[in-house]
Design a protein around this ligand. Structure first.
Ligand code: SAM
Length: 286
């Protein structure tokens, strides 16, 4: 007998590509609940049919989440069990569901996970970058200025950074990361995970950005970008760069002082300039 309890909200992960990455417990739960709240019912139906799941669906997406939540919470309080799924992977992870889970918990309803695929974690598991500490940043802002500002905020973070990116912005974002974090920072592009054209490219940002810009195939499909955090070696270079910059700045204009200090220390020119508190440097590559 399935272990579904009435009045429980089951948050169920679905595959991010390979259809067999739907767990046995996910199938069991999706069959047993009264209704499945899905981000896009047309998108989810084929997956559910492949697994002989005939449970009724209702839509819960970004645009109706506020209204749909109320109705779903009412059903849950009435003793019905509900499963929440998104188009791919784990609900709430750059996907709808936050409002529903929050409202359900506030109403005293049990929320239980049925874990499974998540692109960020799948990518981290094969990237070969430090995985003891990482930060999930989801999608960067689509506009260049806001994106660069967000990257600047993250430039000093020692943890591995994980981003989702859409195919039409991946080349642009990698170029921005190269400019802001420095071309030497290790990065990985995990593309089309669990699908036919899965590729996992690991290169310093300067090479990765050039590689992806030159190869339209690498811009197709779905992408996770992972960037190593600012490491100890980089910290030491930066400290040396700041020391040299401060000396040169006595005699030279800031841009020139940053350029020379970067060449002497190996620290990113942009970061030297930024951390010195001076502003006005253009978006030149260093
Ligand atoms: N909820 C999903 C999860 O658990 O990973 C993420 C949904 S978000 C709307 C979609 C983004 O996830 C894509 O733009 C891409 O950045 C990433 N993604 C999803 N599937 C992927 C895959 N198979 N390979 C690489 N990235 C993927």
């Amino acid at each position: 007998m399935p272990s579904v309890q009435p009045g429980c909200l089951w948050v169920v992960a679905t595959p991010i590509g390979h259809r067999d990455d739907l767990s046995a417990r996910a199938v069991e739960t999706l069959r047993a609940v009264a209704v499945i709240a899905a981000e896009d019912t047309r998108h989810s139906r084929p997956l559910l049919l492949q697994h002989n799941i005939g449970t009724p669906l209702l839509a819960l997406h970004e645009h109706n989440e506020r209204d749909a939540v109320e109705a779903i919470v009412r059903r849950l309080l009435g003793g019905e069990s509900v499963a929440l799924i998104s188009d791919a992977g784990t609900p709430l992870i750059s996907d709808p569901g936050f409002r529903l889970v929050r409202a359900a918990r506030a109403a005293g309803i049990r929320c239980a996970p049925v874990p499974g695929a998540c692109a960020a974690i799948a990518a981290l598991s094969v990237a070969g970058l430090p995985s003891d500490r990482f930060v999930f940043e989801g999608f960067l802002p689509p506009k260049a200025a806001a994106r660069r500002a967000r990257l600047q905020e993250l430039a000093g973070d020692p943890r591995t950074l994980i981003f989702y990116e859409s195919s039409h912005r991946v080349a642009e974002s990698l170029a921005d990361m190269r400019d802001v974090f420095g071309g030497g920072r290790e990065a990985v592009l995990a593309r089309e995970l669990t699908k036919l054209f899965e590729t996992v490219l690991g290169e310093p940002l300067a090479e990765l950005a050039a590689h992806v810009a030159a190869d339209p195939d690498q811009q197709r499909g779905e992408h996770v970008i992972l960037v190593a955090g600012r490491g100890e070696e980089a910290e030491a270079k930066l400290a040396e760069g700041q020391r040299v910059f401060a000396i040169l700045r006595e005699e030279l204009p800031p841009a020139k002082a940053a350029k020379l200090a970067a060449a002497i220390s190996g620290a990113p020119r942009r970061l030297l300039y930024q951390e010195s508190g001076e502003s006005g440097m253009g978006n030149r590559e260093w």
